[in-house]
Structure formats: C-alpha cells, structure tokens
Write a protein that binds this ligand. Sequence first.
Ligand SMILES: [Zn+2]
Length: 107
Amino acid sequence: MDETAILAALGADPTTLDPAPEHLHTADARRRFGRPCSSCGTPGVSTRIIRLPHGHCWLDSCRDHMLKSFRLREGTGPRTVDVFADLREAAAEAGVALTVITDEAAG
Ligand SMILES: [Zn+2]
C-alpha cells in the first residue's frame, strides 16, 4: 500500500499536510508532538515524514491513527518492532521517558 492509499485509509487529506524536509531530525519531530492528528484532529502523539507526489509532508497522528498506520504499512515498510526501536533510541537521545502501550484487542 503506497502512502497516498494509506492517507486515504486514514482519512487524512494530503493537501492539508505541512511540508517537511526530506530527512527526519529528532528535534523537528519533537516540536511537532501534540499537534492535531492529520486524520481526526485529536492531539498527536507521533509524527513522521511521508513522501507524496507533490513532496515530503508531515503526518501527525494520535495514538489510534498511529497504530492504524502501522497496521496499514506492515509488509510495505519498516517492521513495527523496528519502528519502536527507533522510538526508544530517539527518546533516549532526547532524554525523555518512553512508554509504549499496545491494545491487543484492537489488533
Ligand atoms: Zn487521529
């Protein structure tokens, strides 16, 4: 599933996403935490850069849409375990505590 299809499944409008640099810098991502989820407007808990036909954009996500995004990307991108390893590394680099909570019932 490509990024455009993932955005459609998430209900995010690609024309409203903020432009992003090509590469993620932890400090830039940290400043985006708490921005409205690109799908539902709930305060975001994660962000990532996606590549769309018109350029790189920030995709901010609440917990539920972050998890849905992971499920949609399974098999087409990094494995979830690798994403969490990256999050742990970024949190350690930033000197902040990170707790990952999963919802087994949600799949
Ligand atoms: Zn959301």
